[in-house]
Design a protein around this ligand. Structure first.
Ligand SMILES: [Fe+2]
Length: 205
């Protein structure tokens, strides 16, 4: 997983910055947050990672404190038009039709260690924190080193590959943490060429 350095393309910023500005002006107490807010340190720790039964792990995170903004049961009706419009604008920008995962974490939010082996593919993550007080953490599939990629204030982009269960050297364990409110748009792209074109689009020009 690598961070796209040097700022994002203005055209994509013109989509996601108005979205975060709008979002943080809404009443977020209307969002029905799921999960236990006090367990974030544990579920993003080496101790928890070591305790997971890797044979039985399904790929999705087993624990989290945050929600997918596409989930109509937890996201207020009044939010939907703006969320759907941003998704549509991102698809137009990328020239794709992917249904991006749209995560919202409250302060204290997290997504526990998991590997997404059930939906393998190339990925693009766009994350926002106002002050940079959050991170994405992964285990290098080969060296087993654990690396934490800290947010910086505003929007940041990361790109990488999540392997399937059959790709031993590419199974990609990762987790995330939000000490302040955090947004993430996540795309999984099956086709490498298409993903490379999307990555190109993200660089500032
Ligand atoms: Fe994930």
């Amino acid at each position: 997983m690598k961070v796209i350095e040097g700022g994002l393309n203005q055209e994509v910023l013109d989509i996601i910055e108005p979205f975060s500005n709008w979002f943080f002006n809404q009443n977020r107490s209307l969002i029905k947050i799921k999960g236990d807010r006090d367990e974030g340190e544990y579920y993003t720790s080496n101790e928890y990672l070591e305790s997971i039964n890797r044979e039985k792990h399904v790929g999705f995170p087993e624990v989290s404190h945050g929600i997918d903004l596409s989930d109509t049961e937890v996201t207020p009706l009044s939010f939907r038009d703006d969320i759907n419009k941003t998704t549509a604008d991102l698809n137009t920008f990328f020239g794709t039709k992917f249904n991006a995962v749209k995560m919202y974490y409250p302060a204290g939010g997290y997504m526990g260690w998991h590997n997404n082996h059930n939906v393998p593919g190339y990925n693009i993550l766009l994350s926002y924190t106002q002050n940079g007080d959050g991170w994405f953490r992964y285990q290098d599939p080969l060296s087993k080193e654990i690396v934490t990629l800290y947010d910086t204030p505003g929007w940041t982009a990361k790109v990488g590959y999540y392997g399937s269960k059959e790709e031993d050297d590419k199974v990609y364990w990762h987790c995330a943490r939000a000490y302040e409110e955090r947004l993430t748009f996540g795309f999984v792209v099956p086709d490498e060429d298409m993903w490379e074109m999307m990555c190109e689009d993200l660089y500032s020009q």
